[in-house]
Design a protein around this ligand. Structure first.
Ligand SMILES: O=P(O)(O)OC[C@H]1O[C@@H](O)[C@H](O)[C@@H](O)[C@@H]1O
Length: 280
């Protein structure tokens, strides 16, 4: 398998490349996908040029893994702790035209000091000629049940956000976190330009991020019962130190998440959640 270790802004990373020229790069820190380039040379994910690569902070961009907590809905660090620590690379595999890269994380003294549970997390990143799938596998390796929330917090790269729209959430239940308002979203397409932060009940059908340059299809596993859409807009962009002031114009986070009803995992139990991005 064409897997290469590399140094990415001072942090260890792995790169998977396919014969057609497509490639993805994943940092060990947070098991965070940093880049997905299709064969036409187009980067599909947004990574902030001001992202911190200090081996401690969460990296702004790519696909952060939020686990076992979403946002500030609990006592753990925001979005949980696994995006802030190094995972381990494991052997991946090849299946037809697709290659998979695997990273794992087990509980240890440091994780148990933050969250006192025994777990095994496995992130499988599968690259195919026009698609990328990120799958988070969680096992309860301890003797007591515990529960968690999760999100695959993808930063999708857009040329110009004000010329893009997101289709597929019409009719979905929405919690608008900016206005703290719950309603059914009636808009046939979402457009952006100011701060947008909403948790939707995940629809059964795929979403489409439509831009003049093309369309990206976004699907997620049924185990991810919510879809989060986030863009900081101009004002919050200025306040986020690890994002350029105009960073909001070049990204849209569409997250496959499990939030409202946390997963309760019995000893020996497991759970998988995934998101797939496909260039149409
Ligand atoms: O800045 P962070 O911790 O990476 O979080 C970014 C955003 O992540 C989103 O998932 C949340 O809905 C937002 O409320 C949050 O601001």
């Amino acid at each position: 398998m064409p897997l290469q270790s590399l140094d990415f802004r001072g942090q260890p990373a792995l790169q998977l490349a396919l014969p057609d020229g497509s490639a993805c790069t994943v940092a060990l820190h947070g098991a965070q996908v940093l880049s997905w380039m299709t064969a036409d040379g187009i980067e599909r994910l947004y990574l902030s040029p001001d992202a911190r690569f200090d081996g401690r902070s969460a990296i702004r961009g790519g696909v952060p893994i939020c686990w076992p907590q979403f946002n500030q809905r609990g006592l753990l660090p925001k979005h949980g702790f696994v995006r802030n620590i190094a995972w381990r690379a494991e052997a991946g595999g090849t299946d037809g035209p697709a290659d998979t890269l695997v990273l794992t994380l087990h509980d240890d003294e440091a994780t148990r000091a933050i969250w006192p549970h025994a777990f095994h997390a496995r992130l499988a990143v599968t690259l195919a000629p026009r698609s990328l799938r990120v799958a988070l596998h969680i096992d309860n390796t301890g003797g007591a049940p515990w529960s968690f929330a999760a999100a695959l917090h993808s930063y999708l790269r857009v040329d110009e956000l004000t010329e893009a729209h997101l289709e597929g959430l019409q009719g979905a239940n929405r919690w608008d976190a900016v206005r703290d308002d719950r309603h059914v979203d009636l808009a046939p397409a979402l457009r952006f330009g100011t701060e947008f932060d909403s948790v939707y009940t995940a629809p059964a059908q795929p979403l489409h991020l439509v831009q003049p340059a093309g369309t990206l299809e976004i699907t997620q596993s049924a185990s991810c019962t919510e879809t989060v859409v986030w863009n900081p807009g101009p004002e919050l962009s200025v306040r986020l130190e690890d994002l350029p002031d105009d960073g909001w114009r070049h990204m849209l986070c569409v997250e496959a998440a499990r939030i409202d009803e946390p997963v309760l995992l019995a000893p020996g139990g497991n759970w998988v959640g995934w998101q797939q991005l496909t260039v149409l």
